[in-house]
Design a protein around this ligand. Structure first.
Ligand code: NAD
Length: 435
């Protein structure tokens, strides 16, 4: 675990590296990022196996996650040569803008997706000419440590990308208070995010916050019901529900409620829950006993259980997929982020009711709308207060499109063309041409 003194030393080293890193020619910085991507690609299986052992992710997911780091690096390797400024017409001279790096960026990563979330922070930050110090979550540091070794092997100079495994209240808090860090890129709980934003205010430090979620799926009666029911299980069971985008509030139009539930139950029961190293497994165990206890506390109340799926018995933090039937939207299981394989289902009457129920949450990260009516799909997409919506699918994350939350799900956008804005500062320069 990194101590406070070691954290300070690493931040100072990263600060000392900023001048030389931003001076690397754009094409060379791009080439270094592409080499880093190649290193990740060459070690993809090793990284995936490491994540299975450290975090219990299914091997299929872990391979996708390592591949995502490679793809995000490749995507942002195009940025150094395309960080365009503007030329703005003014009287008496020439006016140009530059996108300047912020200096040292502190990236703080949660345990649920250790590799992708690290990459969404460090890849655009490095591409924009910043140096990076990164703190993985306490229980899941292994792949981040390996990624930093691969960066060095790719030729990225020492001090440019440093991984500091350690405690949130030591390393993480030091990122917030250390004056040499220009920006915090935080992904984690809304509780810690609030604290980071308050701490960052002291030095007006820039922040990107990717926080919790309690996303809704809305199934209208004109939808392809079989497709909606077939897709619903993995929308909240992927990564054993330890996913900020999990669709844990399922809203179904009353006229098709019973029919949906019948097909949904069948689909949940057929999800393969088992050894994460087994290629056939769709869902593995929870991260830890502490997580399992936390999730079980939501199942100990009086919210009726509609049905459950299966889970192995024996060693491992197993919990079967569980579908609840809360009687009201005030139910704690409907309002709070459970972060396990648990979803609730509630009926709605019409479009207005569906939108009101979907928006009845403090969060606003993702959501899905199932309908065959294109007009309705667009109307409801515009009305749901969330940053990432999908129609007739549950996709949330693509490296080439923006990702982030409304309301208490966060501030700022990662990935896609907008990400570089939050890793650069716009500088305006006026050059007089008149004598
Ligand atoms: P967490 O907030 O407990 O921890 C996240 C990180 O912050 C860890 O590295 C932790 O060590 C660090 N930390 C803890 N206290 C800190 C402090 N005082 N100062 C600085 N850093 C501190 O979250 P978690 O339990 O690791 O992750 C789960 C949460 O992350 C869920 O709420 C989930 O929804 C959210 N999440 C959000 C997204 C998104 O993109 N919106 C993605 C994944 C996870």
């Amino acid at each position: 675990m990194t101590s406070l003194e070691q954290t300070d030393a690493a931040i100072e080293k990263a600060a000392a590296a900023t001048e030389s890193w931003r001076a690397v020619a754009p094409a060379d910085r791009a080439r270094l990022l592409r080499r880093f991507a190649s290193q990740v690609d060459e070690h993809l299986e090793e990284l995936a196996q490491l994540e299975v052992r450290n975090s219990g992710h299914t091997i299929g997911n872990a391979r996708w996650e390592a591949g995502n780091v490679r793809d995000v690096l490749d995507y942002f390797s195009a940025a150094p040569e395309r960080l365009f400024g503007r030329q703005i017409p003014v009287a008496g001279g020439v006016d140009v803008t530059f996108r300047e790096p912020l200096g040292v960026v502190g990236v703080i990563v949660p345990w649920n997706f250790p590799m992708p979330i690290a990459g969404w922070g460090f890849a655009p930050a490095l591409a924009a000419g910043n140096t990076v110090v990164l703190k993985p979550a306490e229980l899941t540091p292994l792949t981040a440590i390996r990624l930093a070794e691969l960066a060095l092997a790719a030729g990225i100079p020492e001090g440019v990308f440093t991984v500091l495994p350690g405690a949130g209240d030591v390393v993480g808090e030091r990122f917030v208070s250390h004056p040499a860090i220009g920006k915090i890129c935080f992904t984690g709980s809304t509780r810690v995010g609030r604290r980071i934003m308050a701490g960052a205010a002291d030095q007006l430090k820039r922040v990107t916050l990717e926080l919790g979620g309690k996303s809704a799926t809305i199934v209208f009666d004109d939808a392809d019901l079989a497709a909606a029911a077939a897709a619903a299980p993995m929308s909240f069971l992927d990564n054993t529900g330890q996913d900020c985008c999990a669709r844990t509030r399922i809203l179904v139009q009353r006229t098709v409620f019973d029919s949906f539930m019948e097909q949904f139950e069948e689909a949940v029961r057929s999800v393969v829950v088992g050894d994460p190293l087994d290629e056939a497994s769709q869902m593995g165990p929870l991260l830890s006993e502490q997580r399992r206890t936390a999730v079980r506390s939501y199942l100990a109340g009086d919210t009726p259980v509609a049905f459950t799926g299966s889970a192995p018995v024996g060693p491992g933090y197993w919990l079967p997929p569980t579908v609840l039937l809360p009687s009201s939207t005030d139910d704690r299981t409907w309002q709070e982020e459970i972060f396990g394989p648990v979803a609730g289902v509630i009926p709605f009457d019409d479009e207005v009711d569906a939108i009101a129920k979907a928006n009845d949450t403090a969060y606003g990260l993702s959501g899905s709308i199932f309908t065959r009516d294109v007009g309705r799909a667009l109307r409801v997409s515009r009305a749901v207060q969330a940053g990432n919506l999908s129609v007739n699918s549950h996709s949330s994350v693509r490296y080439s499109t923006p990702f982030g939350g409304f309301k208490q799900s966060g501030i700022g956008r990662e990935l896609g063309p907008d990400a570089l804005d939050s890793f650069t500062e716009v500088k305006n320069v006026f050059i007089a041409t008149e004598q």
